[in-house]
Design a protein around this ligand. Structure first.
Ligand code: ZN
Length: 246
């Protein structure tokens, strides 16, 4: 089985379309989305409509999805993120708000080997930013592989004989061959708002037969995504950051 792993689209339709086009060529047969369809970008309705066409799809909610659908307060969000949550709430159709509200929270076990979560298996809102966070996260998951998102950074953590190591994925088409007796926490990076100073949309493909994950970056029409943001009442910084990948 070949899975498309993707996360953190954040209302960026141009970036989403570019990774879906690339995934078609990869002969992916199942989609795994790790949360945050909306927030920051100017196309929340269009992104949700695209996602609803993908089948089969395993999906969990992210913290922005939860806040936009008013299942959580925006107290923990910084002012720019909070402004984007308000704008998205005001501009989302009722059907799409209901779709966000019914998304399951992580962690979600989808097979005996696979868990999905947005932030961490310990809590959907936690961040896994280093080996200490990863060591804690491994204690909350029993499966061999756990996929996560939320940090917007492509990363692989391994746990072997209780030793946890992190690997930041910096090169294009980097392959990670999965080994026996090692457990993995894997983040495919962000589709719609990468934060590793590489503005290209990020995703990964997991091949469960070949036991490998390949990380990919694809360019997309950043200008179009920026123009949509600046033409509506969203903070200008949300457009600027896309071209530098922060
Ligand atoms: Zn996010």
């Amino acid at each position: 089985m070949r899975y498309l792993l993707f996360s953190d689209i954040h209302g960026n339709l141009e970036a989403l379309r570019s990774i879906l086009a690339a995934a078609k060529k990869e002969a992916v047969d199942t989609y795994i989305f790790l949360g945050d369809l909306v927030g920051y970008g100017a196309s929340p309705n269009e992104v949700i409509q695209e996602i609803q066409k993908l089948k089969p799809l395993h999906i969990i909610r992210g913290n922005h999805d939860k806040a936009v659908s008013e299942l959580d307060s925006i107290e923990t969000f910084n002012p720019v993120a909070a402004a984007a949550i308000h704008w998205t709430r005001d501009n989302l159709s009722e059907d799409n708000r209901k779709y966000l509200a019914q998304l399951p929270s992580g962690p979600k076990i989808i097979s005996e080997n696979l868990t999905l979560c947005h932030g961490s298996p310990a809590d959907e809102d936690y961040y896994i930013f280093g080996e200490f966070d990863a060591a804690e996260a491994f204690m909350y998951t029993d499966t061999v592989i756990t996929f996560f998102g939320h940090t917007h950074l492509p990363f692989v953590y391994t746990e072997e004989d209780r030793l946890v190591k992190g690997k930041f994925i910096t090169s294009k088409n980097q392959k990670v061959k999965l080994q026996e007796k090692i457990r993995y926490l894997i983040n495919p990076g962000s589709v719609g708002q990468p934060r590793d100073r590489n503005p290209d949309a990020s995703y990964a493909v997991f091949d469960s037969d070949e036991k490998k994950v390949v990380f990919h970056r694809v360019p997309y029409d950043i200008k179009a995504a920026q123009e949509k943001i600046t033409s509506v009442d969203l903070p200008r910084s949300l457009a600027d950051r896309l071209e530098i990948g922060i």
